[in-house]
Design a protein around this ligand. Structure first.
Ligand code: HEC
Length: 117
């Protein structure tokens, strides 16, 4: 009886450790695909957002990426999106970050194929 009790305690400890380590190893599955039910329009949604928030600095010349038209914005889209999230630095420079709806729109515009519509 004593032996069984000890075994049970050991099994419980080992078992707990096992379950615990499994739980820690589990990477949470985060669904990053936004719910892009509406088609995003470049002319009325993306271009004005960039114009209002970015072109003060990203219009022409210099070492900064220019974001004045569809092809420039498309070419820089991935970098633009990551700066909207603060990586490698937050844009618009000096903040505040754009609101989530605008960032979501930009994300959807990319996932819908960066349409020039
Ligand atoms: C006040 C001026 C200013 C505004 C407004 C601004 N930027 Fe910038 N941006 C900069 C500067 C300066 C850099 C270079 C920063 C550096 O290299 O450290 C930069 C860099 C970038 C880069 C390159 C980042 C990289 O290192 O890969 C992207 C993309 C960018 N900006 C996008 C944007 C977008 C999108 C907006 C509007 C939402 C915006 N910026 C608004 C000044 C600005």
């Amino acid at each position: 009886m004593k032996k069984i009790g000890l075994f049970a305690v050991l099994a419980a400890i080992v078992g707990f450790g096992f379950v615990n380590s499994c739980a820690k190893d589990k990477v949470p599955v985060i669904t990053t695909t936004p719910d892009c039910v509406d088609t995003i329009h470049f002319a009325t949604q993306i271009a004005p957002m960039i114009q209002d928030n970015c072109l003060g600095c990203h219009d022409t010349g210099g070492s900064l990426p220019t974001l004045t038209n569809h092809s420039e914005i498309s070419a820089s889209a991935t970098a633009v999106l990551s700066t909207l999230h603060g990586t490698p630095q937050l844009m618009p420079q000096g903040g505040p970050a754009l609101n989530d709806t605008l960032i979501q729109q930009f994300t959807c515009w990319i996932s819908q194929g960066k349409l020039n519509n």
